[in-house]
Ligand binder design. Structure first.
Ligand code: FAD
Ligand code: NAD
Length: 455
């Protein structure tokens, strides 16, 4: 019989939102235990956002240096992954989580290392290296178990030493050649990055286009950009078989053999829900998401945050939901979660940012849609910069507000800020059109797109 340990709140899985919630709840005076089987902080700092954005920053510098030839005179560029690799190790302390665990410890959070499973309402059973512990959360349990890379069912793949995001950030040298399976955000960001470091990249996407959830105009533009980066891009492609001969991968795509040194699989994520005891709290263990209400409640004394809730697999969504849970557990009056203005940015060059609904999604919802599309390259700042890009706005003509928008531009994620505010706060298009837009900025192209809606 294991003694039960009592706390106010148990956080099961310490990803972005769980880390934030544990810290804030402990600071507010609650007793909190956090259960973590790998590294405190989760995917984002160790195998996700931070290392990928560090690599991208270095790759962007290479691309900018190469542009000097046409703008500023000759610059010779000899790419090396070493500085980026060193910055990644510096940022994540060689994959040690002290920088995340110690601040929690300082706030009084008890960190329990091991695999946790729900064990009925308000209870978590943890398998640690030293045996089992049973934690009881008097006020409840917050689940934040996140995702792991998924391997698609491709013949032979499992028998090969393919890489995922858990491997690629440990590299100190760029491979000579690499295939990337999956043209989502991870695949596109890393395909472009490695191409700029000199790797011969083949990017393979099963869907009709890359970046499928984005506007077709954004995806089409990025298809051209990635091809200009020298990437062999194959969309609507069927990967029939993968094999490895001890040295090279052979990937059979649409009947043709692609032979490469390395293979990165970025074909989606698997939610960590199948072994966390969902059945003990009346939830379906086969489910791919945990359904939550506007307070992120998933059941009796049960909350869920992050990728597992299906409201966007982004760090900022997990953090946003973490704050909602903190407010609910502390008895505050809200604000509660809304998802009509979730923004997302794929950090390719140019960046692809979007918020809210695409045109197609808005039409599917029966909205009276009008759109405005503007070319960044034809506006002053875009022309000066030599940039390719676009702004597309999706408006509800009946209500006179934007329900979605996309930006492809240098610093597109920053340009998106204004459009995110517009969608989130339902600012009338008429008000936006009456604004001042500084000249010459990239965000000034929003003015043209708004004009084209006719609203
Ligand atoms: C390469 C890459 C780049 C990305 N770039 C961006 C980006 O630029 N911007 C952005 O917003 N998002 C980005 N993301 C997505 C982002 O990383 C996730 O959305 C973010 O980490 C939030 O995840 P989460 O809070 O759901 O949990 P996670 O970060 O997945 O953490 C969950 C934690 O729970 C632990 N855990 C799981 N099961 C158990 C269990 N049973 N017991 C104990 N512990 C458990 C795991 O070990 C993990 O530490 C990127 C992802 C990848 C892979
Ligand atoms: N900048 C960011 O915010 C950022 C960056 C990276 C990842 N993320 C998050 O992480 C999540 C996971 O990213 P991801 O890119 O791995 O997944 P994803 O699900 O977004 O994209 C995976 C892609 O792989 C393709 N695919 C699946 N099976 C395939 C096969 N057999 N052959 C070829 N292609 C195949 C899919 O059609 C899809 O386009 C994303 O949903 C995103 O929310 C965010």
């Amino acid at each position: 019989m294991v003694d039960e340990e009592s706390f106010d709140v148990i956080v099961l899985g310490i990803g972005s939102g769980g880390e934030l919630a544990a810290r804030k709840l402990a600071r507010a005076g609650l007793s909190v235990a956090g259960v973590e089987s790998r590294l405190v902080g989760g995917e984002c700092p160790f195998w996700g956002c931070t290392p990928s954005k560090l690599l991208i920053r270095s790759a962007d510098a290479l691309a900018e240096a190469r542009r000097a030839g046409e703008l500023s005179g000759e610059v010779s560029v000899t790419p090396s992954l070493a500085p980026a690799a060193a910055r990644i190790r510096e940022a994540n302390h060689d994959w040690h989580d002290d920088a995340h665990a110690e601040p929690l410890d300082d706030e009084g959070v008890t960190i329990v290392r091991g695999h946790g499973r729900l064990d009925g309402t308000g209870r978590v059973r943890v398998q640690t290296d030293d045996g089992e512990r049973v934690l009881v959360g008097e006020r409840g349990v917050v689940v934040n178990t996140g995702t792991k890379p998924a391997a698609p069912p491709i013949d032979g793949l499992d028998d090969t030493p393919f890489w995922t995001n858990r491997d690629i950030f440990e590299l100190t040298e760029a491979p000579e050649s690499m295939a990337v399976i999956g043209g989502g955000p991870i695949g596109c960001e890393l395909a472009q990055t490695f191409a700029r470091f000199g790797t011969a990249v083949t990017l393979i996407e099963v869907a009709p286009r890359i970046l499928m959830p984005e506007e077709p105009e954004s995806a089409e533009l990025m298809c051209g950009v990635l091809s200009d980066d020298g990437i062999d891009l194959r969309a609507a492609a069927d990967v029939e078989r993968v094999s490895h001969d001890g040295r090279c991968f052979t990937i059979v795509v649409d009947g043709e053999e692609v032979v490469v040194d390395r293979l990165l699989v970025a074909a989606g994520r698997h939610q960590n829900l199948d072994d966390i005891g969902l059945e003990t709290v009346g939830l379906d263990p086969e489910a791919t998401t945990i359904e939550v209400d506007e307070r992120c409640r998933a059941g009796e004394r049960l909350w869920a945050v992050g990728d597992i809730t299906g409201h966007g697999a982004f760090t900022h969504v997990s953090l946003y939901q973490g704050d909602v849970v903190v407010r609910d557990l502390l008895g505050e009056e809200g604000p509660w979660a809304e998802y009509h203005g979730v923004s997302r940015v794929t950090f390719t060059d140019p960046e692809v940012g979007s918020v809210g609904l695409t045109e197609e999604q808005a039409r599917e919802q029966g909205i009276e849609v009008v759109t405005g599309l503007a070319d960044i390259g034809r506006d002053s700042r875009g022309w000066i910069h030599g940039a390719e890009g676009l702004v597309k706005v999706v408006a509800d003509a009946d209500r006179g507000v934007l329900v979605g928008a996309s930006v492809v531009a240098p610093y597109g994620g920053e340009v998106l800020g204004l459009l995110s505010a517009a969608v989130h706060a339902r600012i009338p298009v008429a008000t936006l059109r009456g604004m001042h837009f500084a000249y010459p900025t990239f965000h000034r192209t929003i003015r043209v797109a708004l004009h084209k809606t006719g609203l």
